[in-house]
Design a protein around this ligand. Structure first.
Ligand code: 3PY
Ligand code: MG
Length: 240
């Protein structure tokens, strides 16, 4: 997923997710932290998206091995793990995302139950992406150790919580293009380890700013934003 463009979604409507999955994006991220995507809804959403061209990730609600396993069992290509405060959290997240001997994930994928082929543990370990969020001062302070944690495949910047917890604004974070700026430190740590960088942009403008910082994968927009923008575009066309 190099240089990719994703969308952040809160909906639990499988039909809407399928529409989004067919719209040319590189990935969907289903938000189970702030969205109403709960564990009961996940298997059906995973089943609906199983044949879609666009893979989905799940932003789990916390550093929670049970949730990480459930998201992957439902067919997620990877997880975005929020509220990581340091290397211990990163290690717990990484262990939960992979089967032994690399991790501690428990066997039990749902996908075979709805007619797909179960990947081997080795193939699942190879394919999965565990992106941990950098959105706390603790994560920023230890970003090099987090990036070096085995099984962490990417650093995902959450500019809203990061700025809130640092007493600044998301705009100020994105505007800071100095070599020792916060985003520069995240990107440098990831590059040193050869892992992915990603972030929540929310708008194309912020996505461009994140790309300028060197972030590879950006959530360009949200399901709510594209629905509202679509309505506005239709009304503007009508009134032209
Ligand atoms: C943040 O910016 O804090 C996020 O978690 C984005 O969803
Ligand atoms: Mg956040």
């Amino acid at each position: 997923m190099s240089g990719s463009r994703g969308i952040w979604t809160c909906t639990t409507d499988a039909d809407l997710l399928l529409r989004l999955a067919g719209a040319g994006l590189d990935w969907l991220a289903l938000d189970a932290q702030h969205g109403p995507v709960d564990r009961a809804a996940l298997p059906a959403l995973g089943r609906a998206l199983a044949g879609a061209a666009t893979p989905f990730l799940v932003r789990v609600p916390a550093v929670d091995a049970a949730w990480i396993g459930a998201a992957l069992d439902a067919g997620a290509a990877g997880v975005v793990v929020p509220s990581v405060t340091g290397p211990d959290d990163a290690r717990r997240a990484a262990l939960a995302a992979r089967y032994p001997p690399l991790g501690e994930r428990s066997w039990g994928p749902f996908a075979p139950l709805w007619g797909g082929d179960a990947p081997t543990p080795e193939a699942a370990n190879e394919a999965v992406r565990c992106w941990v969020m950098v959105e706390t001062p603790g994560a920023l302070d230890t970003v090099d150790e987090i990036a070096a944690t085995p099984g962490v495949d990417g650093l995902f910047v959450g500019p809203l919580d990061l700025s809130l917890s640092l007493g600044t604004t998301a705009d100020a974070l994105l505007d800071d293009t100095s070599d020792d700026g916060r985003l520069a430190r995240v990107v440098a740590a990831a590059r040193r380890q050869g892992i992915d960088t990603a972030g929540f942009a929310g708008t194309p403008g912020n996505a461009r700013r994140m790309r300028a910082h060197g972030l590879d994968h950006v959530a360009v927009t949200t399901d709510a934003a594209v629905v509202a923008a679509g309505v506005r575009a239709v009304l503007a066309e009508l009134d032209d």
